[in-house]
Design a protein around this ligand. Structure first.
Ligand code: PUT
Length: 276
């Protein structure tokens, strides 16, 4: 019997390949090509435009690190916005913080939400929580229309191609600053230092011009390009490195700990150099 393998071409010359059991769903949505596949090694996986978005086996790393670093930095995160993130993983982690009263998710592609609920229930299961408002719409416009509203904004976008391209611009970060309260914090997924160093350097530069406290942290995600994934954090008041210990309270995690919160900001030199 023939075997089926799926390759994400991560650069012009390099890719990651996995053996798949079966294709669960495939569709050209209004915005992107969506594929749900069941893999031998990483469980069900979501691909958009041929790029890995999440897998059942390693999703916890990305979702915990996107949510808990900013939410443990802020002393009282009540009103949270997630831009993108239609699989629901970041929302699930955000809701583990008892201070959170409301979490709004704005994803441009309703099909991502629909098929994540169907094929990634462990990830998307909290999208039905009463504290959550799900909006299908343009995150860029939502930010542009918001003012002094959110304690924490998390940008869980795709790579900067297709619908996400304007989520990597200085204008967007300025909008985020306006949408945040006076002591607000934001985090954005920032791709990886091995294959997209210029992207990280540019995002760091742009965010630094807007937020008084700017930093970069990393984590290890086997199914993402290079395995090393970066997040940019911009904060108006609270330093993520000073906050972790005093604000920490026990929550159920598999990757994030208060020690790891600080360790994630200890960068290899070639990565640190991208933040200057
Ligand atoms: N391929 C990584 C995508 C980032 C998750 N939104």
């Amino acid at each position: 019997m023939s075997e089926l393998w799926y390759t994400e071409k991560q650069t012009e010359n390099f890719g990651i390949t996995m053996k798949i059991k079966r294709t669960l769903h495939t569709e050209q949505t209004e915005f992107q090509h969506l594929e749900m596949v069941e893999t031998e090694e990483f469980g069900n996986m979501l691909f958009l435009d041929g790029m890995v978005m999440t897998s059942e086996k390693d999703e916890f790393v990305y979702h915990e690190m996107a949510a808990h670093v900013p939410l443990f930095t802020h002393p009282n995160p009540e009103n949270i916005l997630v831009v993108g993130g239609g699989d629901g993983g970041v929302i699930r982690e955000v809701l583990k913080h008892p201070s959170v009263k409301k979490a709004t998710l704005v994803d441009i592609d309703g099909k991502v939400i629909e098929y994540s609920k169907k094929y990634l229930p462990e990830i998307a299961g909290k999208l039905e929580d009463p504290r959550v408002e799900v909006k299908v719409g343009d995150g860029f416009l939502h930010i542009a229309e918001s003012e002094n509203e959110y304690d924490v904004i998390i940008v869980d976008s795709t790579e900067p191609v297709g619908p996400a391209v304007n989520l990597f611009t200085k204008g967007f970060y300025a909008g985020i600053s306006k949408a945040l309260k006076e002591d607000g914090i934001f985090v954005a997924q920032s791709d990886n230092p091995w294959f997209t160093p210029d992207l990280i350097r540019n995002v760091q530069r742009d965010v630094r011009e807007i937020f008084p406290i700017t930093n970069l942290y990393i984590c290890n995600i086997p199914t993402y390009p290079s395995g090393m994934w970066a997040f940019t954090i911009g904060s108006k008041k609270y330093d993520p490195l000073q906050a972790a210990d005093e604000r920490f309270h026990e929550i159920d995690t598999k990757y994030y700990t208060k020690e790891l919160h600080k360790a994630a900001f200890v960068l290899p030199k070639f990565v640190k150099d991208l933040t200057k």
